[in-house]
Ligand binder design. Structure first.
Ligand code: 13P
Ligand code: SF4
Length: 307
């Protein structure tokens, strides 16, 4: 038996005994995705966290995702195995900066991407994810909105609405670094492949894409499509899930450099240790949580097909 199999069995046994559920983002290491009870994008994982009757949630992802679980599940213990697994984009907007920006744009509703800290969510009117950003912005019905913290997602949304979009100049280094040249090289190498891109990529890349989707959106697109080959412009951890769910199709990374090192920090050993010791815990302070929950709840109440 391989080391991964032994660890996975131990993890599953303790999780069963303690009524714990393991959630893993689509960018996590393959063996971590495989041990999880549920994998998904940020929206799916928030919804699943809110619906579970487990006593403990083990979150394999980055810090804002564990915070999101704590926001929607205050009565559950949220274990976050590697406390310094962060998101560079979420760190690009502080609460102080957002307060200042809100003063400049008095009265303009703030739509905040879930890739943000709980404190920033608490200062926002509504959250969005890459899976629902266009619907959420339209749903506000406002003539202008401020989108934070991702400029690329904001520019993408601006293409799909007449509303005026102000945006914070944050970005994901993993996606923002993808160049048109790299994409053109990948297309040249795989001329029959469709290009699926995440909205965190720069606009010049999105303009070349056959479809722009969240990570789970790419999984749905690839399995429903008649095409047999796909170039994937997002963090390369998604390739594991794409290949697992579509063994007869071929998936190529748009660039081998699309690695989020924070998403690779969590190992099976970390998950086992967290489950055994029931630490480290992420718990959003109640005052912040209530305000952040309002923004997250509003997002969850937006019909999936709105807009
Ligand atoms: P998804 O919500 O599409 O999974 O994206 C999360 C993320 O961190 C993208 O970099
Ligand atoms: Fe944050 Fe980018 Fe990593 Fe996603 S891929 S968690 S946006 S740094």
């Amino acid at each position: 038996m391989s080391n991964h199999t032994i660890l996975a069995e131990k993890i599953k046994e303790i999780a069963r005994r303690k009524n714990a559920i393991i959630l893993a983002h689509n960018y996590e290491l393959p063996e971590v995705q495989d041990v999880a009870d549920l994998t998904g994008d940020s929206l799916a994982l928030s919804i699943q966290a809110s619906e579970t009757d487990a006593d403990i949630i083990v979150f394999a992802g980055v810090h804002f995702m564990a915070e999101a679980a704590s926001i929607v599940c205050p009565d559950k213990k949220v274990l976050f195995p590697v406390p310094d697994a962060g998101c560079a984009m979420a760190d690009m907007l502080t609460p102080e900066e957002l307060i200042k920006k809100k003063e400049e744009l008095a009265g303009v509703p703030v739509v905040t991407y879930v890739n943000s800290t709980a404190e920033v969510k608490a200062l926002s009117d509504i959250c969005c994810t890459s899976a629902n950003a266009i619907q959420v912005v339209k749903w506000t019905g406002a003539d202008e909105v401020l989108m934070t913290p991702d400029r690329n997602l904001a520019r993408w949304v601006a293409r799909h609405t007449d509303q005026k979009i102000h945006y914070w100049d944050g970005y994901c280094p993993v996606h923002d670094n993808l160049t048109v040249n790299a994409v053109k090289e990948a297309k040249k190498a795989h001329p029959n492949a469709l290009l699926l891109a995440h909205p965190e990529c720069p606009m010049e890349v999105l303009e070349l894409a056959d479809a722009v989707r969240s990570t789970s959106g790419m999984l749905v697109f690839a399995s429903k499509s008649d095409a047999e080959e796909f170039i994937i412009a997002t963090e390369n951890g998604l390739l594991h899930q794409l290949r697992k769910q579509n063994p007869d199709k071929k998936f190529y990374p748009a660039s081998a450099d699309m690695i989020c090192h924070d998403m690779k920090k969590t190992t099976l050993e970390h998950i086992l240790a967290a489950l055994e010791r029931e630490v480290p815990v992420v718990k959003v302070p109640e005052e912040t949580r209530i305000k952040a929950l309002r923004a997250v709840q509003r997002m969850m109440d937006v019909p999936r097909d709105a807009g």
